[in-house]
Design a protein around this ligand. Structure first.
Ligand code: WT7
Length: 647
């Protein structure tokens, strides 16, 4: 493979303010360097120190066993319980502190203390046991963002059942595929949940998804939407009936460090979804450690991660990481713009949010909606911002910094994956001078590098493949039921190195610039370009809100650049704008990257977690039928519209 040429130039630099650094857990470059060196040179000592901060039922005897690579074992011989790390350990010190602060889409609010959460989870766990759910069983959870979702996850962990959370926006078909693959025997759902002013009938989807699957013996239903549901008295049980007579005390099951904690499905570009397997101790130590350093959480913080618990971000940074750190976590049920465009900022103001973590796709939506919705609200309590999920274009980063952060809050752009379990490359907010668009440097314990096709490390500013050269505690342990695919997908390319599938470069300061999935790279006249960088150039034009770039076959150049562009509402869409945008890219990057074609569109096809599905756009650009897995697309009509608009 040739190198991936990097064309993005960015010289702006934002060190943390003296005030922020003074109060931060880590504020000293030399201290970061020292911790990082220790974590790489002597991982046993480093991770023993971190794990020693947490309450074990039995201590581990060996930190890491990598002899059966690529399946790592961490904290061998240890016994623990993840729910006890999130709940029991806080009862004495902060039992009355709010653990979950929740707001429903219609505006109803609940505050649940650590003591109450401990009791609710224990009753839920006892109820599951009473229905015959036991250690090692798989339980599918399909719920809206209500507190009982977090309780369900923790109740499973408490009794050692393996949870498989499926995002509540998936269809019955996608749900069925995941239930079958995981061999689930129980389900936890709701009658319905609020989304964009309507009730989504979740129980109905569950009924449809398990029709004919006899292995599912129990469906627990939380009452939320008060919508009508069909009932099978042998199988279905209301949550309020299940827990009514259960004691608020349920001793946590002692789990082996390497006992599975959960399965979470993630879609590949081809084939069926992959059941990413995470085990107990390594995942928990990783979630605890990254939350502590990246979000720098303190006793009086109000922390809000806007993801859904149905994604890994919600597992690690709504439930396990923040609760293991004793934080107050805001959870919100609804859509970001219901009932109005300023809903997120209204919630920040109302609940005094101090740390806010969201996705670039959300930020770009807010840019498009206009600054006035943000400025209406008092966001002066915010002290730290974060992003995850995609590369953030420098323009969106600057907007986040200026309009949301009031130029005072550090931004942690966190690179990681469902597979990595926790944050891998990220600024440390009190230490790192950030550069818009860069996830900056590896977190302690992460040996990240940029290599060529043969695994040789590339010099600074050469685009290549992102790998992790050493095992880390929260890494996946396999794919559920398909260890061959695990080896093939992540390890076949380099053997000892974990291959993340992303292209990236590292600059002269050792900062990582993620360039997106390698599958998305375009080859124009022998130059390999990252789609993300061309998109960034487009988005830096004053009238562009969002852009997606793909390659289509071209007789002369091999591939030609086809750009799908969402302009802002103020501009007339015509050939003049088209020509201006082509010129803009040529000026920003060079003639080489000038799009051969620009198509205007109101919406881009995205996954339900907000990632642009370039694979589908490639089909549109080439005028091909779409093939492959479509279960993850958010809105099929977007694709139909794009096809209609073909010139
Ligand atoms: C892929 C993983 C990690 C939780 C959410 C997504 C992309 C993620 C960043 C970032 C650039 C990013 C990568 C990665 N990605 N964060 N900060 N900068 N790219 O989890 O669905 O498993 O996706 O998301 O391409 O490989 P996921």
């Amino acid at each position: 493979m040739n190198e991936i040429e990097s064309v993005l130039h960015e010289d702006r630099r934002f060190p943390p303010s003296a005030d922020f650094a003074a109060a931060a857990r880590l504020s000293d470059e030399a201290e970061y360097q020292r911790l990082y060196r220790q974590s790489i040179d002597d991982p046993d000592a480093y991770w023993s120190g971190v794990a020693g901060e947490l309450p074990w039922m039995e201590p581990w005897t060996q930190v890491l066993d990598w002899s059966e690579k690529p399946v790592a074992k961490w904290f061998i011989g240890g016994k623990l319980n993840a729910s006890a790390w999130c709940l029991d350990r806080h009862l004495a010190e902060r039992g009355d502190k709010t653990a979950i602060l929740w707001e429903g889409e219609p505006g109803d609010v609940r505050e649940i203390s650590y003591r109450e959460l401990h009791a609710d989870v224990s009753r839920f766990a006892n109820g599951l046991k009473a229905r015959g759910v036991k250690k090692g069983d798989r339980v599918v959870i399909y719920m809206p963002m209500i507190p009982e979702l977090a309780m369900a996850v923790l109740a499973c962990a408490r009794i050692g059942a393996i949870h498989s959370v499926v995002f509540g926006g998936f269809s019955a078909r996608a749900l069925r595929e995941r239930i079958e693959d995981g061999g689930c025997t129980a389900a936890i759902t709701c009658d319905g949940g609020w989304r964009r002013g309507k009730i989504l009938p979740l129980k109905q989807e569950v009924d449809e998804s398990i029709e004919g699957i006899d292995s599912v013996h129990t469906v627990v239903v939380v009452k939320r939407g008060a919508n009508d549901v069909e009932w099978d008295g042998r199988r279905d049980v209301w949550y309020h009936d299940l827990v009514a007579d259960q004691p608020a005390d349920c001793p946590p099951e002692p789990m082996d460090s390497e006992d599975p904690l959960f399965i979470l499905y993630t879609s590949g570009s081809t084939g069926k979804p992959k059941g990413i397997l995470h085990t107990t101790a390594g995942y928990m130590v990783g979630a605890y450690h990254s939350t502590k350093y990246v979000f720098d959480l303190r006793e009086d913080d109000v922390y809000w991660c806007t993801a859904d618990v149905g994604w890994i971000t919600g597992h690690s940074y709504i439930v396990y990481g923040p609760l293991a750190n004793g934080a107050t976590v805001l959870m919100y049920e609804g859509a970001p713009t219901t009932p109005h465009a300023g809903r997120f900022w209204e919630l920040c103001e109302k609940h005094g949010v101090t740390v806010f973590y969201t996705a670039p796709t959300a930020i770009r939506t807010f840019v498009r909606l206009g600054d006035e919705h943000v400025k209406k609200h008092d966001l002066s309590k915010l002290r730290l911002l974060g992003t995850v999920g995609e590369p953030i274009n420098p323009e969106a980063w600057m907007w986040y910094h200026r309009v949301v952060g009031g130029e005072r809050c550090p931004i942690v752009d966190t690179w990681w994956q469902t597979e990595t379990g926790g944050i891998m490359i990220t600024p440390l907010p009190g230490v790192t001078a950030t550069k818009p668009g860069s996830a900056t440097r590896p977190l302690m314990g992460v040996d990240a590098a940029i290599v060529d096709e043969d695994g040789n490390e590339l010099p600074p500013n050469h685009g290549g493949l992102l790998v992790i050269r050493k095992p880390w505690p929260s890494m996946l342990r396999g794919l559920w039921g398909d260890m061959d695919r695990y080896r093939e997908t992540y390890w076949a390319k380099f053997g000892d190195y974990y291959f993340a599938g992303d292209g990236a470069r590292r600059d002269e300061d050792g900062y990582f610039w993620i360039m997106g999935r390698v599958d998305d790279v375009i080859n124009v006249s022998g130059h390999r370009l990252s789609t993300m960088e061309v998109e960034s150039a487009l988005v830096s034009h004053e009238h562009v809100c969002e852009a997606a770039v793909v390659g289509r076959a071209d007789e002369v150049t091999g591939q030609a650049i086809c750009a799908f562009v969402t302009p802002d509402a103020s501009v007339t869409v015509d050939d003049g704008l088209r020509a201006a945008l082509m010129e803009h890219v040529a000026e920003e990057i060079g003639k080489l990257a000038r799009p051969a074609e620009i198509r205007f569109t109101n919406a881009l096809p995205k996954t339900r977690s907000g990632k642009i599905m370039r694979r589908l756009l490639r089909d549109v650009a080439e005028g091909r039928e779409t093939t492959g897995d479509m279960s993850t697309i958010e809105d099929l009509s977007v694709l139909a519209k794009l096809r209609e608009n073909q010139e």
